[in-house]
Structures are given as structure tokens and as C-alpha cells.
Design a protein around this ligand. Structure first.
Ligand SMILES: Nc1ncnc2c1ncn2[C@@H]1O[C@H](COP(=O)(O)OP(=O)(O)O)[C@@H](O)[C@H]1O
Ligand SMILES: [Mg+2]
Length: 268
């Protein structure tokens, strides 16, 4: 069986290295000629939107997946019409926009930090009125490892942010969490579902620093229930991670990742 992966970063590389002993072959699309997964998979170098490349991928792969949330959902929809593509492109579409992601949590009654779309200085001021300070201002797309976001604590920050606003953005209430946790769930084509233990995560300057697992974590049950809602709603197949803030014994969903996740490297 050949697995096509959109994205040739370290997660694709690890997928391919884990798949080789199982007899799986891999093909990887990435625009960077030196993508690190190219050395362990059939390399297909080019743009995510390149139809010729996507056609080649559809022709050679038995199944396609994605390791990177900035791959356009349109490319996944295009592939899904030609070859089984998991996770469902709808998950990628919601993930690529932090507002849609939060709206999905809202629809599923998964608690999340209070938030508001911000596309102009006037909307930023409204957000400050409604959400209070401090607040976190994030770009709606293309952020990762804390990039594209800043914490506003006072009037000066607000003025500076208003002047350099890169619409569209989202403002979120700053959550004074006691810890950050994540859950990784996986569901097969037959619907069989498994959950990895909760990871307790510490970030340093926006980048994941440590992930620890506590057996019988008291919020495990809550996190599984929320993950199950996303899996069901999206008709999910594949690996799904959700990051949460824990505050006062409650979980607030921060974001999800429709892919393998760096808080779930349990075997390395
Ligand atoms: N609303 C918030 N309140 C408090 N801390 C936050 C909030 N949003 C993000 N952070 C902090 O910033 C980190 C990175 O933000 P996140 O939304 O997960 O973006 P990324 O896609 O960069 O991982 C989080 O893990 C958390 O430590
Ligand atoms: Mg995060």
C-alpha cells in the first residue's frame, strides 16, 4: 500500500519511518526542495495547488493524508474526489481559520475561551470592551508555535496592535489556566476509535517544551467526550489532537489539529 502525504516536514518523516516496517510505501508533496521527509519517501516537489502534482499523487497513492494545517483544504477536496483522503477535508477547512475552528467547538458545545473576530481597529476596541484585558490577538490563519499572536495587557499594546493590525484576526480572552493538556484520538475506516492518554504540556515562548502523561488523569474523561464529538461531527478517519486549557477543573478547547501531533510522540 502506498500512502500519499501532503507536507514533507518532520511529522511526515516520522510517519514514513513508522510505516516502513509495516511494508507501507510513501509519496510526499512539499514545495521545499530540502523537505526532510523526501529522503524516506518518493519526493514530489511543488506547490500544494499544483493540479498536475495532485493528479500524480492520486494516481500513485492508495490513500492520502496530510501532516500540515496550512495545506489548502481545496487541494484535499480535489484529492478526495480521486482517492480516499483522510482526515476529511472539512476538518482541514475548519482548522485553517481560527474563527471557524472556534465556531465548530461552539456548535458542538465544547467549551472554548470567549472570542471575537477582529478586522479593524474599531473591532479591536470593541473586543477589548467585551473580553477585557489581557487578551490574546491572533492571526486567523498560518500561525503556529505562537507565531502571529500577541498578548495585549494595556492601552499602549492596544494602540500598537491597532496600527499594525493584519486582518482578519481573532481576539481571545486570556485564560489563566492551571495547565495545558492535549488528547490524541485515532479512528479507523471501520469506526474503531482509540484514545491516547492525556498529555500535560509545557510551552516555552509558544513552542512545546515538554509533554508528560499522568496515568488516570482526572480530566481524561472530559477530553475524550469532547474529542468524540469532533470525530462524530466530522465523520472522522485518522488522527485528531485537541489542545485544552484547564481552569477551575474545566477544560476550554484552544485548538485542534487534524493530523498526527507533537504531543503524542509516545514511542520516542
Ligand atoms: N486565550 C489564551 N489564553 C492564554 N494563553 C493562550 C491563549 N491562546 C494561546 N495561549 C498560549 O499560547 C500558546 C500557543 O497558542 P496556540 O493558540 O496553541 O497557537 P499555536 O498554533 O501557535 O500552537 C498556547 O499553547 C498557550 O500557552
Ligand atoms: Mg497550540
Amino acid at each position: 500500500m502506498k500512502v500519499g502525504i501532503l507536507g514533507g516536514g518532520q511529522l511526515a518523516r516520522m510517519l514514513a519511518l513508522a510505516g516502513h516496517p509495516l511494508g507501507l510505501k510513501f509519496a510526499v508533496i512539499d514545495p521545499a526542495p530540502d523537505a526532510c521527509a523526501f529522503s524516506v519517501a518518493e519526493p514530489m516537489c511543488g506547490a500544494w495547488e499544483d493540479r498536475e502534482l495532485l493528479n500524480r499523487m492520486a494516481a500513485c497513492a492508495d490513500v492520502v493524508t496530510c501532516e500540515f494545517e496550512n495545506v489548502p483544504a481545496e487541494s484535499l477536496w480535489y484529492l478526495a474526489e480521486r482517492v480516499p483522503t483522510y482526515p476529511p477535508p472539512e476538518a482541514q477547512a475548519a482548522k485553517r481559520d481560527r474563527l471557524k475552528e472556534k465556531q465548530l467547538f461552539g456548535e458542538l458545545e465544547v467549551p472554548a475561551p470567549a472570542h471575537q473576530a477582529v478586522s479593524s481597529p474599531a473591532e479591536l476596541h470593541e473586543a477589548v470592551e467585551r473580553l477585557g484585558l489581557p487578551l490574546v490577538l491572533k492571526t486567523r490563519s498560518y500561525g503556529y508555535d505562537g507565531k502571529g499572536q500577541r498578548v495585549l495587557t494595556g492601552r499602549e499594546d492596544i494602540e500598537a496592535a491597532a496600527q499594525t493590525l493584519r486582518a482578519p484576526m481573532i481576539a481571545e480572552q486570556f485564560v489563566r489556566f492551571s495547565r495545558e493538556v492535549s488528547i490524541v484520538a485515532v479512528r479507523g475506516r471501520n469506526g474503531q476509535t482509540a484514545y491516547y492518554p492525556i498529555a500535560e504540556n509545557v510551552h516555552s515562548q509558544g513552542i512545546l517544551f515538554t509533554s508528560r502523561c499522568r496515568p488516570s488523569d482526572p480530566v481524561e474523561h472530559l477530553a475524550r467526550g469532547y474529542a468524540a464529538r469532533l470525530l462524530d461531527r466530522l465523520g472522522y478517519v485518522g488522527v485528531l489532537a485537541i489542545e485544552f486549557f484547564e481552569a477551575d477543573g474545566r477544560l476550554l478547547a484552544n485548538e485542534f489539529a487534524p493530523r498526527v501531533h507533537n504531543t503524542g510522540h509516545w514511542t520516542i
